[in-house]
Design a protein around this ligand. Structure first.
Ligand SMILES: [Zn+2]
Length: 164
């Protein structure tokens, strides 16, 4: 991954749209894509996706032991959208999903889903939302650096950037 990519700015209203989706999906994990212009370090569009995890789990609970409460899976056509966007004028820059009652950490499952043989699948960052019964408490942005995903930004319950 090109580690020189500037950190994309996330307008608070964009984050709040993600938060609203997480509240709507609770207690299932919400997921989606954030995109923006290739020539400016900002995201200005949310693409909400339907979490496929429950469907996969119902079809094959051995291969997919987790339900949507503890995992997310993007639909195949959204993965295709992501891949096709990468060389375009409006690339996907961030994949987001929510965590249910466990905090916005980057889990081993998240690592597994975002990497292949130790390398990130796509040149995107990952935003994890901390969803609870009272709403979304905040979010954290993770980027792959030196072999692992590390936190690079944190956002409060209003969608504003804040200090860790
Ligand atoms: Zn996760």
């Amino acid at each position: 991954m090109d580690d020189a990519r500037p950190l994309p700015q996330l307008p608070a209203e964009l984050l709040r749209a993600c938060y609203a989706e997480a509240v709507r999906c609770y207690p299932s994990e919400a997921c989606g894509l954030l995109l923006g212009p290739a020539d400016r370090p900002v995201c200005d569009e949310v693409r909400l996706c339907q979490n496929q995890q429950d469907r996969l789990h119902a079809q094959d609970p051995v291969a997919y032991p987790r339900t949507s409460r503890t995992a997310y899976s993007l639909p195949a056509h959204e993965v295709l959208f992501l891949e096709r966007s990468l060389g375009s004028e409006r690339p996907v820059k961030i994949v987001f999903h929510s965590h249910i009652d466990v905090g916005a950490y980057f889990s081993d499952e998240d690592r597994r889903a975002a990497t292949w043989q130790g390398e990130p699948l796509y040149p995107v960052d990952h935003l994890v939302l901390d969803a609870g019964p009272e709403g979304v408490r905040g979010a954290r942005l993770y980027r792959f650096r030196d072999g692992d995903f590390v936190e690079v930004a944190r956002y409060d319950a209003e969608g504003a950037r804040c200090e860790p």
